[in-house]
Write a protein that binds this ligand. Structure first.
Ligand code: F3S
Length: 388
């Protein structure tokens, strides 16, 4: 692989041992992907920071790096961590878990991590044509499909290395030829976030190749629905990108250059198999997977009326603003900032059943959090939370 003189210096250890190791990993993975060179990235997003996932070995590696003075060389954001807020779950998860999780958070902050959220596009809006090194599938799909930026669908450790060296392999969606659609997906009757999530989930299950780039017709332009759609697609599938009619920059040109080989129609009957109208046995209503924007949080605040009478959990980042967080809390909502429900063992908190409008949560909660999950519209969740 061709390396610049600066990259050679990183690889020779001139900038320290962890920069050398990080560059070694990035180059090796790049060679495996067939990349001819690396590309400089402007924003890295690191995932996989829950103490439940990385355990002691992950904690020690990150702390060692931070103690050695290793810094992220580009703007870097980090995925949410386990929901260890003491008043929420910390005591029941055990003091040891909460302490270790906060050590991970502190070490990543010392290295330069700016914010903990799975919506890094709310922290720094990616520009069209920019190269990024993002992990976290919903964010990757948003960057490539909505912003027109370019990123591989990285794993957490790889994005950590890329954040240190500020480079990614020039492969996958970094190359224009890998961004053209090869399949057509027609959505019928997608009218709210939950049906968008169901459609994304079905689409991800349908395509098995990690390289597929579907061309999607029939998705309403509403930002929160698009994000729920992409997050669900990312959970059940492995593609880094979709071209969405009316949304993806240059979608007409991309379609004209594409070679459509496969067609999938997702109709109302398919969506109804996933979206429930009512659920009787929920312990918790969960919104914010992916993390809410300020606009979404304000809308929830307005729609809550007199407040929540049942357990409503909202996941978001500090980007929604302290005023909104406080106002939601005053309405009886549990607001978890910088944290993720899916990477938390909710079963340890006595939770058995959750209702959510997130297809990603639907996919992962039973496996990772040990609870039953039902997909239902946000409108229904808020009605349930109000006690209606
Ligand atoms: Fe975010 Fe956790 Fe959902 S990282 S997308 S809240 S699974």
């Amino acid at each position: 692989m061709y390396l610049t003189r600066e990259e050679e210096r990183m690889l020779s250890g001139e900038y320290g041992e962890y920069v050398r190791k990080a560059m070694e990993v990035v180059v090796k993975v790049g060679e495996m992907l067939g990349a001819e060179r690396l590309v400089e990235v402007v924003h890295a997003h690191v995932s996989g920071v829950s103490i439940f996932n990385i355990g002691e070995p992950g904690l020690h590696l990150i702390e060692e790096m931070a103690s050695a003075g290793t810094k992220f060389s580009v703007f870097t954001t980090v995925n949410p961590y386990a929901a260890v807020d003491a008043e929420f779950s910390g005591r029941r998860l055990g003091g040891d878990v909460i302490r270790k999780q906060m050590r991970v958070v502190n070490a990543l902050t010392r290295m330069g991590g700016r914010a903990f959220t799975c919506a890094p596009y709310h922290i720094r809006i990616p520009k069209k044509g920019e190269h990024l090194a993002w992990a976290e599938s919903n964010a990757v799909l948003y960057a490539n499909s909505v912003a027109g930026a370019m990123t591989l669908r990285e794993g957490g450790p790889m994005a950590l290395m890329e954040a240190i060296v500020g480079r990614a392999p020039m492969a996958g969606p970094h190359l224009p030829e890998n961004r053209v659609p090869d399949s057509l997906v027609a959505l019928e009757n997608v009218r709210d976030g939950a049906s968008a999530a169901a459609a994304g989930y079905i689409m991800g299950k349908h395509f098995h190749s990690p390289d597929v780039v579907p061309y999607v017709v029939g998705l309403p332009r509403q930002e929160e629905h698009v994000r729920l759609f992409l997050a669900a697609f990312g959970a059940s599938g492995s593609s880094p990108m979709a071209v969405i009619e009316g949304i993806t920059p240059d979608y007409k040109e991309l379609l004209a250059r594409g070679d459509i080989q496969d067609k999938l129609v997702i109709g109302e009957g398919d969506i109804r198999q996933y979206v429930k109208e009512a659920v009787a046995d929920a312990d918790v209503g969960l919104i914010g997977c992916p993390h809410l924007s300020r606009e979404e949080a304000l809308k929830i605040l307005e729609e809550l009326g007199d407040g929540a009478r049942r357990e409503l959990w909202v996941f978001t980042g500090a980007h929604v603003g302290a005023d909104v967080i406080e106002a939601l809390r005053r309405k009886g909502v549990r607001v978890l900032v910088g944290q993720c429900p899916v990477v938390t063992r909710l079963s340890l908190l006595g939770i058995e059943s959750v209702i959510t409008d997130s297809g990603k949560a639907l996919h992962y909660l039973p496996k990772l959090a040990g609870v039953r999950a039902h997909l239902i519209s946000r409108e229904h969740i808020l009605r349930w939370a109000r006690g209606e």
